[in-house]
Design a protein around this ligand. Structure first.
Ligand code: PRX
Length: 666
């Protein structure tokens, strides 16, 4: 956690002073209407913390068995919420909508890569999920089993997650861009009994393998727990089929009944495990609960997204990330919304795809990542025909941003050119571990400042402290913490409770504060939060979270590599990009040879982890800058990666001459 060798000192937050208040019209209709309404909720939480959450949990979820205890802190930091209550996630998302007038409402509009769209009503989705769930049960999958989902965006992928939830199986979705090795690692760690996948995926007009990668992962060995590989036929492409193990989804569900009794589970039952990167070691299996997590999905759909019955909601994330879990699979369905599930990419068939799709389906709430916005700004500069002004975006009423800091320029472009200056922008700060939004403007209340995620949601006790856990004054940077447990928080790291404690509730901070891993600063006047970036060795490239250690381990696994150090550097489009400093076992390559080896190593990392982890640049050196005790000085490497001159004290450096060598690409 030590913040001395981090970017805490390097970035002290924005000095943005433009303020954009939501329009009177928006405020009038909003669920949380005006700042007094926000403050009233905050006061309710402060006055009776448990009573506040209990009220909301009763109002927002259907309980098969009501809970009688709200928060159990007896085994802190392994907090329990609503623990003696019972419910089912799929029942709350689907069955509820069959009896409240939503049965024939469109639940999902699937927008395929090739531009075709298909729809499913709540009644149809319910039937698909029930058949899927019955199919899983018919193969012996039951409550508590872990099921890996390795699929691209489709109604079937959402149905797969819902079907697991229906029978009480814990799903673990692995992003379709991860390599066989990453998939293998997750299958083993989760001890999964089944994999649900597709023959292939469609992206940008191309077919890419999925089932073949599952085969490759299983062939790596040690996956004996896997007894079923269920395959959704997406493209009809050629795949290998192992009788007995592999089963087609359409065959599995063909004769299944259209009703499936949900498995009622305790509120603390693990709904899912989602792997994410930490600063050390292998990815962590973040374990989420059922009750508290669902409460947060439903609440934030109402609070942050102000969702109304007529809205068409579009979150462009992939279900492989937490954003896709909370704001595609669960949130929109919990509140009976209509949502887009998008298979494609923002630049196919051209960079107007997002705007075209918004116009086509009359999207009213749009939620995407700053990286996408920045790349579409660039694209519209190059080709004015894909500028949002050429599309009818009048259906939009609210915009959201997620996954990384949004720079004020990108915020302004989004606000003016996509939102026409009339749509609030909610810059939502949160993490895989938090389950849902934590610090964000409320669209009908909070005056917005570009680049600031503004204020914590009601009941979220976010604060900024120093390294000893003491509060810092507004205007001073520090470490972002949450002082009280909240319902959708991470419950543990799968298989590793010790790592959970050490990562998120470190003794240095007193063991009671949740450590987010980000630095932040509060504005002295507005008290608004601005996130200043990670304080650990976690990178955020295009909103994808990666540990520098993971990439380093992948590099040193290559037989040519003796040593590697990976750092992030600011990137105009992707927020951050990966720069790797590599020492080879052979002499330091230069010129063409260096280029060739760099390409080879980049492809190697893609194969080891996935294409998202490919370093943008690789520099070769005879050594790395180290202290006399042998510690790599990453702080200096970060300066070199940015192309800046080193002004820091280098007196503790063992080998100062190496810095010149690493200044630029070999
Ligand atoms: O550094 C913060 C950044 O993304 C990290 C969490 O990444 P992940 O668990 O993959 O979840 C991403 C989707 C919620 C955070 O620790 N981050 C996320 N949202 C923002 C952000 N940084 C600044 N502003 C945001 N709105």
């Amino acid at each position: 956690m030590a913040a001395t060798d981090t970017n805490l000192q390097e970035n002290q937050g924005s000095h943005e002073s433009r303020v954009f208040a939501p329009s009177a019209e928006f405020v009038a209709k909003a669920t949380i209407s005006g700042m007094p309404a926000y403050e009233k909720l905050c006061a309710e939480a402060a006055a009776d913390y448990e009573g506040f959450w209990a009220r909301l949990a009763r109002e927002n979820l259907d309980w098969q068995k009501p809970f009688t205890t709200t928060l159990d802190e007896s085994d802190a930091p392994f907090y329990k919420w609503f623990a003696d209550g019972q419910l089912n996630a799929s029942y709350n998302c689907l069955d509820r909508n069959l009896t409240n007038g939503n049965a024939d409402k469109t639940a999902i509009i699937f927008e395929a890569d090739d531009g075709q769209s298909t729809r499913a009503t709540y009644r149809e989705l319910h039937e698909r999920v029930c058949k899927f769930a019955n199919g899983l049960r018919s193969r012996g999958i039951q409550k508590g089993d872990r099921v890996i989902i390795y699929m691209s965006m489709s109604i079937e992928a959402v149905a797969a997650m819902q079907a697991c939830a229906r029978i009480g199986a814990t799903h673990s979705v692995v992003f379709g861009g991860f390599s066989a090795k990453s998939l293998h690692e997750r299958i083993i760690d989760a001890g999964a009994v089944a994999v649900i996948t597709a023959d292939e995926q469609r992206r940008g007009g191309k077919s890419l393998p999925l089932k073949a990668i599952v085969d490759e992962a299983l062939a790596l060995g040690g996956c004996e727990t896997i007894r079923n590989v269920i395959v959704y036929q997406r493209t009809g492409g050629n795949i290998d089929f192992t009788e007995g193990l592999d089963v087609w989804l359409h065959e599995l569900v063909a004769k299944q009944p259209a009703e499936c009794e949900p498995e009622w589970v305790g509120a603390e039952h693990p709904l899912f495990i989602l792997y994410t990167s930490g600063s050390t070691g292998t990815p962590k299996g973040v374990q989420h609960s059922t009750g508290g997590y669902l409460l947060w999905c439903a609440l934030t759909m109402k609070w942050t997204f102000d969702i109304k019955p007529d809205d068409v909601f579009w979150c462009t994330a992939d279900i492989g990330w937490v954003t896709g879990h909370s704001y595609i699979t669960y949130g929109p369905l919990l509140v009976g919304g209509t949502e887009i599930v998008f298979e494609g990419i923002p630049t196919f068939p051209n960079a107007g795809r997002f705007w075209d799709t918004i116009a086509k389906h009359k999207v009213s709430i749009f939620y995407t990542a700053p990286t996408a916005i920045r790349s579409l700004i660039k694209a519209a500069d190059v080709d004015p025909s894909v500028h949002p002004k050429n599309y009818d975006l009048s259906s939009l009423r609210l915009l959201g941003s997620v996954g990384e800091p949004i720079n004020p320029e990108a915020w302004m472009w989004y606000y003016n050119n996509v939102g026409g200056g009339r749509c609030p922008v909610v810059d939502t700060f949160w993490q895989t571990e938090t389950g849902g939004h934590m610090i964000t403007p409320l669209p009908g209340a909070t005056p917005m400042v570009p680049g600031s995620c503004t204020l914590p949601l009601p009941g979220i006790m976010a604060a900024i402290v120093d390294e000893a856990g003491a509060d810092v004054a507004n205007g001073q940077g520090g470490i972002l913490v949450v002082k009280r447990p909240w319902p959708s928080m991470i419950r543990t790291i799968w298989n590793n409770p010790e790592r959970f404690k050490a990562s998120y509730f470190p003794d240095e901070l007193g063991g009671k504060y949740y450590l987010a891993g980000d630095g932040a600063i509060r504005n002295s006047d507005t008290t608004y939060f601005t996130i200043t970036g990670r304080i650990d060795d976690v990178l955020n490239v295009s909103g994808h979270r990666m540990g520098t250690m993971e990439i380093e381990s992948a590099l040193v696994a290559n037989p040519l590599v003796a040593e590697a150090a990976v750092v992030g550097r600011p990137d105009e489009t992707t927020g951050e990009s990966i720069c790797a400093f590599v020492v080879l076992k052979q002499a330091r390559p230069t010129g063409e040879e260096a280029k060739k080896l760099a390409t080879e190593l980049r492809n190697w990392v893609a194969k080891e982890i996935g294409p998202i982890a490919k370093p943008k640049e690789i520099r070769f050196g005879d050594n790395l800058p180290k202290t006399r005790s042998g510690k790599i000085m990453r702080r200096l490497l970060r300066v070199l990666a940015k192309g800046e001159t080193i002004t820091q004290d280098i007196s503790t450096l063992e080998n100062p001459a190496i810095l010149d060598q690493l200044k630029e690409a070999s």
